[in-house]
Structure formats: structure tokens, C-alpha cells
Design a protein around this ligand. Structure first.
Ligand code: C2E
Ligand code: CA
Length: 637
């Protein structure tokens, strides 16, 4: 290299820009939500070392320029420090990638050993060669001798290891993120190469900066929804984990608005403003997460909000005022972190489970009972999952119960409704209200129907064989099932296998509010009718019925819900109304069945209101289906 002045080709501008960018990054991360993973602290450390390296670079050139009498001790010391910081960044970079790729210990350990060997070899050699003046040194006249360029060799060794890691385990990271890293590294190489070619050194630290910017952008940035101020739900899991590991308690407040909880919908603009204000005004250090289109959740550390009860009351008061303005339906849940739920990191399903049993437009405060009910929910879900996977139509966990139905014309019990129960070893008997909604939500309902249908067919076949007069038994089917292409085929197979006539089976369906379901229902009902299967309209009177549509569907029996039986008892007008509805259906050739007949008065009234069938506790509570022979009579003769 000959005699060359050291600072000839150095300008502090590169380092000053690095310092500025580092501070910009710090401002950005402190004002945005950042996933608090282990990698995030690595990232912060790298920024810290970048700042130190840039400062050292400036300082040691400064010391050189102002050296007195050719005494360069200070320059040597700071230069070694400068190299140490740069190599620390490379070492951290390797740890960072290894963490990101979730490498197994047996892969991770050799890589870390090699990286550490390079790191210490470079630093020790640098110190030794500087002290013994066998490497880089400065002569009294300010000219320098570089000797063996250990810095460059170390740098190359690190690059080889980093490139190896990124290529060998490239599948461990999302491809686009990987390309982002490759890209920034190429820019770094290019600048370093170009710099070397021109005997420059001003941008060395900058080349270490680019991969760190890539990290911020590709890994740690969790963008806000700028309008709502919310962050996506994945970040919430990270924060729960962070609080749990640090043993910190937090408060949460969940706002669910069913009207907007659909694809393509979102919370209206003016309401977004209100939520944004709620999220930032009432709690210190709170973070708002968007769980679904119509569901947001606010989390805040408990320790920073000691007067949280006050704050909650304030928030609820303002909420009340806002509600009176907007009038959108809501469910609000408020609670504190619960060890068990944090450990499982399952706040979202925990909250959804509470929603299931909660009234619209109410505020609910979480208690320990909810944890118990959540555990019960999880157990049920697990069993349902297993029932679904096994698809054993004789699964002993699914019990067929039934309720005999009184036929007014024949004055006998010759039909019945099959009702499902679950019998689980951990919790015993489970009733439909506790598992049907879960099964529907998770797509397990059809398998349950298949099992009940199979068990019902078996019972029908047994009753017929034993000489009983079985008109038919009805089975409940969920509207969701009709969307399944295979539905008719599955029903055919089960009834076919049991070798009973199709007409011995009926299907109960509730009315659907939705247009596309209506068309679907119509097609499926026609297909079932073609096979001779009878159809019941279930729960008539519970929703907003669309008479026009009901008339279009070829139902055999309309089941008047218990609420109509109760209403007809309240006054004469109501009785007239229910009665004329029933007689209208009868005139149109539908039969009317009253559900929930509990006593003689109910019975008498229902008979007066055009009843064809009666069902309810007056006749029997639900019983195991094999006890039906106690109600049915034998065929005459
Ligand atoms: P649903 O179809 O309206 O069934 C009638 C429910 O009313 C039954 O509750 C029955 O026990 C109850 N009940 C009967 N008589 C009386 C009475 O006189 N007074 C009162 N207060 N209640 C009476 P259960 O068995 O708990 O079933 C509840 C709901 O679960 C059913 O309502 C039905 O929607 C659903 N479900 C039951 N089994 C099945 C099934 O196999 N598949 C599907 N998809 N749903 C089912
Ligand atoms: Ca029913």
C-alpha cells in the first residue's frame, strides 16, 4: 500500500448519517407498536453498537488529525474499539438470523461456535497486531502501513457464514422477507466494494446499517391501521406472551359489534374516531388490537393504571353516550389478565366463549367462573373434534334422546323428535345449548347429525321389528349442513343401510333469514321430499318469519315454538292471533304441532287452536330413545 496519509479519504458525513438514521429508527420504534420478541432486543442492541461504532469512527479520525508529536495511542485504542463494535454487530446479526430461522440446537450450536471463533480471533489479532505494530500502524509523519488486513478477512469470514445460513435454511423464513435481506446485503457489498476500489472508508459503518433497517421494516414493524389506531391480532399474542413472561398483569376491554363482523364490512368512520379516542385517552400505555372487522380489544398494563376502576367507569359512561348516538349493537367485556388464559395465550377464544352466553348491548366483567366455563368449552371442543375425526356413527359419546309426540287424530303416540346429548367422561352429560353452537361454529355439526340419524334409524328398525306402530321420528338438521354438497348423499346412505322406508324419517329445519340459504334450502327440501322424507319447520314464531317464503317450501308440519304457546296464554287477542295463524296453516294443508305443552290448560288451548300434534313436558320429558316403546303402541291385529 505504500506511504499514504490515513485521513486523506475520510469524511465524517457517512457516520453522521448513520447516527441520524439510528435516532430516527429509535423514534419510530418508540412511537409505534413493536413485537416484543427476543429478536427485538437483538435489534435494539445492534442499533446501540451502530451508534458506538459511528462515534468511534469519527473520534479516532479526529484524534489522528489532532495528534501531538506523532503520539497515536488514542487512535489505536479507539480504532480497536471501533472494529470491536462493528464485529459485535456481525455476531448479533448471526444470532438474529439463527433465531429467526428457529434453528434446532444441534444446528445452532456449531454455527454460534464458528461465529464466536471468528469474532474473538479477529479482535484478539487486531489488538495483538496493533500493540506489536505488526499490522496497522502510523508513522510519526502521519503516514500509515496496513500490514495484514485482519478486518477485511474477518468481515469476509462472517459474510461466508451469513450467506451460508441464508441459503441453507432459506425455507425457514418467508421468501419475500428473505429477498428483502438479500437485497439490502447486496447494496452493502456494493458500497463496500466501491469504497475499497477508491481507497475510501467513510461509508463502512453505513454498510452495517442497511441490514438493520431491513429488520425494522421486514420483521419488527407492525403497522397501525392509521384510521383506527389498531394493530393486527398476531401482535396481541406477542404482547400477551411478553406480559406473561415478565409476570406483569394487564387490563383488557373487548368491544364486539356483530353488525360489522363480516367480510367486507368495517366499523364506520365516525365510530372509528370514537374508538381511537377511547383507546388513547383513558389508559396509559394502552394498545388497541383489531381482532376482526367488528371486534377490537384494548390492552393496558395494570401497574401504570392504578386507578383503573375509575378509568373504566369513565370509559363506560362515555360509551353509553356514544351508544345513544350510534345505536349499533355491541357486547363489551372487561377483565384483568388471568394466569391460565395468558399461559395458553387464548384470550380471543376465551372472549368468544363469553360472547356466546352474553346478551346484546351489555357490559360484562370477567370472573373466575368464566375460566371454568372456558375450560369446559375447551374440553367439549376437544371431544367434538375427536368425534368428527373418527366419524364413527355408533360413537357412544353421542346419545340419542327423544320426546314422544302426541297425535291428536289417532289419540296415540306414534311420532317423536330425536334430541341429542353428549356424554363425556370428564364432565358427564352435556345439553344441546352447550355444544350445538360450538359444533356449528367449527363445522362438526354434520357428523353429529349423521350419528343421531343412524341411531334413530336403528331404533325405528328395532321398533318396527318388535311390532310397534311407528309413524315417523324427526331429526334436527342445522341449516349450515344444507350447504354441504354431500348432505343428501349422506342421508340416503344412512337410511338406506338401515333398510327402513324413507317415510319413517322426518327432518326438522329452522327458517333461515338469508336469501342464498333460502334457495339452497328450497333445492335440498325438494330433493328430500322426492325421497318421501317428511319435513318440519322448526321453531316457528321465534324469529321474523317470512310467510311468503314459508309457503313456497313444501313443509309437512309447522312446529309452533313454546313462546307462541306461552303468548297465547297471556290474553284473548294473542290467543286469537296464534289460533288464526294455526288455522291458516291448516287450511293450506300444513299440520300444526305445538311445542312446550306443559299442562292441561296448555293442552286444551292448543287443541282449540287447530293443533294436529302436541309435544311437551305434559306428555314426557326427553327420554333415551330406546325407552320409546313405553309410549308407542303395537300395531293392531
Ligand atoms: P328444539 O328443536 O326446539 O327442541 C325442543 C327443546 O325444547 C328440547 O330441548 C326439549 O327438551 C325442550 N322441551 C320439550 N318440551 C318442553 C316443555 O314442555 N317445556 C320446555 N320449557 N321445554 C321443553 P333440548 O333437548 O335441550 O334441545 C334444545 C335445542 O337443541 C333444540 O331445540 C334443537 O334446536 C337443538 N337440538 C337438539 N338436538 C339436536 C340435534 O340432534 N341436531 C341439531 N342440529 N340440533 C339439536
Ligand atoms: Ca326441533
Amino acid at each position: 500500500m505504500g506511504q499514504q496519509l490515513y485521513f486523506d479519504n475520510y469524511s465524517p458525513v457517512g457516520d453522521i448519517i448513520v447516527l441520524a438514521i439510528c435516532f430516527v429508527m429509535l423514534i419510530l420504534v418508540s412511537n409505534s407498536y413493536v413485537n416484543k420478541t427476543k429478536n427485538y432486543s437483538l435489534f435494539l442492541n445492534m442499533i446501540f453498537y451502530l451508534i458506538l461504532a459511528a462515534i468511534c469512527d469519527v473520534v479516532h479520525h479526529h484524534l489522528y488529525a489532532h495528534a501531538v508529536n506523532g503520539n497515536y495511542t488514542g487512535v489505536y485504542v479507539v480504532r480497536v474499539l471501533y472494529h470491536t463494535f462493528l464485529f459485535s454487530i456481525l455476531l448479533l446479526y448471526i444470532v438474529y438470523i439463527v433465531e429467526l430461522q428457529h434453528l434446532e440446537s444441534y444446528r445452532k450450536i456449531p454455527i454460534m461456535i464458528i461465529a464466536s471463533i471468528i469474532y474473538f480471533t479477529v479482535i484478539i489479532t487486531d489488538i495483538v497486531m496493533t500493540v506489536t505494530k505488526t499490522g496497522f500502524r502510523l508513522n510519526k509523519d502521519g503516514s500509515m502501513a496496513t500490514g495484514l488486513n485482519i478486518f477485511m478477512l474477518g468481515y469476509l469470514a462472517f459474510m461466508v457464514e451469513i450467506i451460508y445460513l441464508m441459503i441453507a435454511y432459506r425455507d425457514r423464513i418467508y421468501k419475500k422477507a428473505m429477498f428483502g435481506f438479500y437485497g439490502t446485503m447486496m447494496v452493502s457489498f456494493f458500497i463496500l466494494y466501491n469504497q475499497g476500489k477508491h481507497g475510501q472508508s467513510s461509508f463502512t459503518v453505513a454498510t452495517f446499517l442497511f441490514p438493520v433497517i431491513a429488520m425494522l421494516y421486514l420483521v419488527h414493524s407492525t403497522p397501525y391501521d392509521v384510521e383506527l389506531g389498531a394493530i393486527n391480532v398476531m401482535a396481541m399474542k406477542d404482547l400477551v406472551k411478553y406480559y406473561y413472561n415478565k409476570k406483569k398483569d394487564f387490563l383488557f376491554m373487548s368491544l364486539y359489534m356483530p353488525d360489522f363482523d363480516m367480510e367486507g364490512k368495517s366499523i364506520p368512520q365516525n365510530l372509528q374516531g370514537t374508538i381511537r379516542r377511547f383507546a388513547s385517552e383513558y389508559f396509559k400505555k394502552s394498545v388497541l388490537f383489531q381482532i376482526n372487522n367488528g371486534h377490537v380489544l384494548l390492552m393496558a398494563p395494570k401497574s401504570l393504571n392504578p386507578d383503573h376502576e375509575n378509568r373504566l367507569n369513565k370509559i363506560l359512561n362515555s360509551f353509553e353516550i356514544e351508544y345513544n348516538k350510534f345505536k349499533f349493537d355491541y357486547k363489551v367485556i372487561i377483565g384483568e389478565s388471568i394466569e391460565e388464559i395468558s399461559r395458553k395465550n387464548e384470550y380471543i377464544s376465551f372472549i368468544k366463549n363469553i360472547h356466546r352466553n352474553m346478551e346484546l348491548n351489555s357490559v360484562y366483567i370477567v370472573s373466575f367462573d368464566d375460566v371454568e366455563s372456558f375450560n369446559r368449552y375447551e374440553l367439549i371442543l376437544e371431544e367434538l373434534d375427536d368425534i368428527f375425526k373418527k366419524r364413527d356413527l355408533d360413537d357412544p359419546r353421542v346419545l340419542a334422546y327423544c320426546q314422544p309426540v302426541f297425535n291428536i287424530k289417532t289419540k296415540k303416540y306414534d311420532t317423536a323428535e330425536a334430541l341429542m346429548r353428549l356424554k363425556l367422561s370428564e364432565i358427564g352429560m352435556v345439553f344441546p345449548d352447550q355444544f350445538i353452537p360450538i359444533a356449528e361454529e367449527h363445522g362438526y355439526i354434520h357428523v353429529l347429525t349423521e350419528i343421531i340419524l343412524k341411531k334413530t334409524c336403528d331404533e325405528i328398525s328395532r321398533l318396527i321389528r318388535d311390532g310397534y306402530d311407528v309413524n315417523r321420528i324427526s331429526v334436527n338438521v342445522s341449516v349450515l349442513e344444507l350447504r354441504d354438497e354431500e348432505f343428501i348423499k349422506d342421508v340416503d346412505k344412512i337410511i338406506g343401510d338401515s333398510q327402513i322406508p324413507n317415510g319413517k324419517v322426518a327432518i326438522e329445519i329452522t327458517e333461515s333469514q338469508n336469501d342464498s340459504d333460502f334457495m339452497l334450502m328450497k333445492n335440498k327440501i325438494d330433493e328430500l321430499k322426492d325421497r318421501g322424507i317428511k319435513l318440519y319447520l322448526d321453531d316457528f314464531g321465534t324469529g321474523y318469519s317470512n310467510m311468503e317464503r314459508i309457503m313456497e317450501l313444501p313443509f309437512d308440519i309447522i312446529k309452533f315454538d313454546r313462546s307462541l304457546v306461552l303468548a297465547s296464554d297471556s290474553d284473548e287477542r294473542s290467543e286469537k292471533m296464534v289460533g288464526s295463524l294455526a288455522s291458516m296453516f291448516t287450511e293450506l294443508n300444513f299440520s300444526v304441532l305445538y311445542e312446550g305443552v306443559e299442562n292441561d290448560v296448555d293442552e286444551k288451548r292448543c287443541i282449540n287452536m287447530s293443533a294436529s300434534y302436541l309435544q311437551g313436558y305434559k306428555y314426557s320429558r326427553p327420554i333415551p330413545i330406546y325407552e320409546l316403546n313405553k309410549f308407542f303402541s303395537k300395531v293392531a291385529g
